[in-house]
Design a protein around this ligand. Structure first.
Ligand code: MG
Length: 312
């Protein structure tokens, strides 16, 4: 049995509850070399929900040739019937939305870029063109009663352009929200953010009239900064944090980017701060150990490693 929790010592001024937006089955698995059988994906998502995660991003409706790891979205979704957690899916365009709607999906995400270089590399479009492509997708989804999340990547740095000005990120954020996105997830796609930069961006967004309740943060641990950045975001009032069980995945379009923030590492910190998430760290860790076995390699999460060593 895996056990172990940090001593809870709250820090005044932080949120008392945080919602974790689990991205392992989508953002994680799409960037793993091993293609996981659909039955294993369904079991993974079931276990994540059973561990207490109330939002589990399940898969992506991109063209199967672009992301072969997630080419089985049509088979997967019906296997998730009965799971009560929210199960958003990534939808790149109108065709993807049609496929998702046909399966009864209740929540989608679109994937935008704060920089021209990444928009070109990832979407083969300019930022303006990609927003024009998302506009009818978001409108149709909202008319169908779906909840819509907007991802914004390269918010803190871009592998081709280097530093990304805060004002530029604020501008694209405003436009994504104006399309009708309920929530905006600010992505540090190559993991270069540091805490002062996080605070500066959140302050810039706040000054532009964007309520912190509509923001989520999506940090990568490439340079070991993900938890420090998360703490900066919590201090600003952010209460939705993206993370990937076991630290699965990275980013296929930015070779230097490895390591989504591991959900277990996040949970260790949140538990230590006395912040409620509803997630059972032991169950989650056991799930990531199980998944690591399926992938044939150990989890990169420090917390998964530390807790699973306690078994022996
Ligand atoms: Mg990611």
């Amino acid at each position: 049995m895996i056990d172990g929790l940090p001593m809870a010592v709250p820090e005044p001024g932080l949120p008392t509850r945080v919602r974790i937006h689990e991205v392992g089955p989508r953002d994680g698995l799409q960037n793993e070399k091993t293609v996981v059988p659909v039955e294993v994906k369904a079991e993974f998502i079931r276990r994540l929900a059973a561990a207490g995660l109330d939002t589990v991003e399940a898969t992506s409706f991109v063209h199967p040739e672009w992301v072969p790891q997630l080419a089985d979205a049509e088979q997967l979704m019906p296997m998730l019937d009965g799971i009560t957690a929210r199960l958003p899916v990534l939808v790149p365009n109108a065709r993807g939305l049609d496929r998702a709607l046909a399966l009864g999906v209740r929540e989608i995400a679109v994937f935008g870029s704060a920089t021209e270089s990444f928009a070109k590399a990832n979407l083969n479009r300019t930022v303006d063109e990609s927003l024009a492509m998302f506009a009818p997708v978001v409108a149709t989804a909202r008319e169908a009663g779906l909840r819509v999340r907007g991802y914004l990547s390269m918010c803190f740095g871009d592998p081709w352009e280097g530093a990304v000005p805060v004002e530029q990120v604020v501008r694209v954020s405003r436009r994504l929200l104006d399309l009708g996105c309920d929530e905006l997830s600010l992505g540090d796609t190559i993991g270069v953010a540091t805490p002062g930069h996080v605070t500066a961006l959140l302050t810039g967004l706040g000054a532009a009239g964007i309520p912190v309740e509509r923001l989520a943060v999506h940090f990568h641990d490439t340079y070991g900064q993900a938890l420090a950045n998360t703490l900066a975001a919590l201090r600003y009032g952010v209460t939705t944090v993206d993370a990937s069980a076991g630290g699965l995945g990275g980013c296929p379009y930015a070779k230097s980017a490895t390591g989504n923030l591991a959900t277990e590492d996040l949970l260790w910190m949140l538990n230590g701060l006395g912040i409620d998430t509803g997630v059972d760290l032991g169950l989650l860790t056991a799930t990531s150990v199980w998944m690591a076995d399926r992938l044939g390699r150990p989890s990169p999460s420090r917390t998964v490693r530390a807790l699973s060593h306690q078994e022996h």
